[in-house]
Write a protein that binds this ligand. Structure first.
Ligand code: GLU
Length: 374
């Protein structure tokens, strides 16, 4: 077993993307019994200590069936309407399947912009983390009524990768109707070999799939690009066949299933690189000696109590520099409160935030995951 496969056997948080073709009959209507099989596998992962975020398509297909349409419409607005109708059935079906195990699900509809906007990114991230803490299984889909990226191109591959970044998943599983990535087209050449492992973002892989049509919804090229995106937060991706029985439980046992695309750097390094590469700094916090010590030596989050002064005007989710009282730069990070809010809560304990502001978003001013020392 390769070192990377061994790591997967010890992983704790997965994002699993289930495409429409795996959940519906020929793109028309959901198959409840198939969904139950997936849910049973996810429950087995959970017994092994793995939290799962499911990114699921199937809304358009279910909507087409509910609206009695003979075939998939071409007009985007009709597809969006079908998605709005079908999402009801999709989420109901998941809730029913998980209820059999006494587990709750939560519906989250996202657009790509929700993840690129820093403020909404932080909100989505803390909601998802809180749901996982509550042991709820988030079921994510694109918000198709306001966005069309996945309807047109992705069938949620890209969205799943962005979600893997958001929750810093240990693994992204993209399930499809092929066993993985082959060195030649397996439909044309029976000797085509499955590539078991490669580096995410390796451009030479694109040549293997770069034929006409592969940009189609959820094609292999989209999956390779999705793996590259996931690698930005240090998340490896497995592209595997959803037709293979027990595929998820086989992956967690370390079996050489599908194609594993590995990131160049681990999660911590990847995140720090991303933060370090963000040149737009919107404000400056001056920290007292105690705060400097706990973030430097203790690897802790920055709390409002340790802040002595706030400069600049920034919003939640923007990047601020932290300096000591002598003006030496100590760290930079994504701040959870705006400049005005920070001025109000600075010097106070976290349990005072609610009475000072009238609400509380996060207990930390900058969470340690969003903080890099300089
Ligand atoms: N988000 C869409 C869905 O859930 C994408 C798939 C499609 O276009 O059929 O149905």
């Amino acid at each position: 077993m390769s070192a990377e496969r061994i790591k997967i056997t010890k992983s704790r948080r997965w994002v699993i993307k289930l495409g429409s073709s795996l959940l519906t009959s020929n793109g028309c209507g959901l198959k409840a019994d198939t969904l139950q099989v997936w849910v049973s596998q996810i429950m087995q992962l959970r017994e092994q200590g793995i939290d799962t975020v499911v990114v699921s398509s199937g809304a358009v297909a279910e909507g087409i069936s509910r609206l009695g349409l003979k075939q998939r419409p071409h007009e985007l607005h009709k597809l969006q309407a079908a998605a709005a109708v079908g999402q009801m059935g999709l989420i109901q079906a998941y809730e029913n399947c998980f209820q059999k195990f006494g587990v709750h699900t939560a519906q989250i509809l996202l657009t790509h912009e929700d993840i690129s906007n820093r403020n909404r990114y932080l909100n989505a991230r803390s909601t998802l983390r809180t749901l996982l803490d509550f042991k709820v299984v988030p079921i994510i889909n694109e918000n198709d009524s306001v966005a069309t990226d996945e309807i047109r191109f992705g069938d949620n591959d890209t969205l799943a990768a962005l979600v893997a970044n958001l929750v810093e998943a240990d693994l992204l599983v993209l399930l499809t109707d092929q066993s993985g990535l082959f060195d030649e087209d397996p439909r044309r050449n029976s000797h085509a070999k499955l590539i078991q492992q490669a580096r995410a973002g390796d451009r030479s892989l694109e040549k293997l799939v770069g034929e006409v049509g592969t940009w189609g919804r959820g094609g292999m090229l989209t999956k390779l690009r999705a793996a590259e995106t996931a690698a930005k937060s240090g998340t490896p991706t497995i592209i595997a066949s959803g037709m293979e029985p027990d595929v998820l439980t086989r992956i967690v046992s370390g079996a050489e299933v599908g194609t594993l695309l590995t990131p160049e750097f681990g999660q911590v390094v990847a995140r720090k690189q991303w933060l370090a590469g963000q040149s737009r700094v919107s404000g400056l916090l001056t920290l007292d000696t105690g705060a400097v010590r706990v973030i430097r030596e203790g690897g802790k989050s920055l709390l409002a109590v340790g802040v002595k002064a706030v400069d600049g005007s920034f919003r939640r989710g923007e990047i601020v520099l932290c300096q000591d009282t002598e003006g030496n730069e100590v760290a930079r990070g994504l701040v959870n409160y705006s400049a005005d809010e920070t001025r109000t809560i600075m010097g106070h304990a976290s349990n005072k935030i609610e009475s000072l502001l009238g609400y509380i978003d996060d207990e930390e001013l900058i969470h340690r995951d969003n903080l890099i020392l300089v």
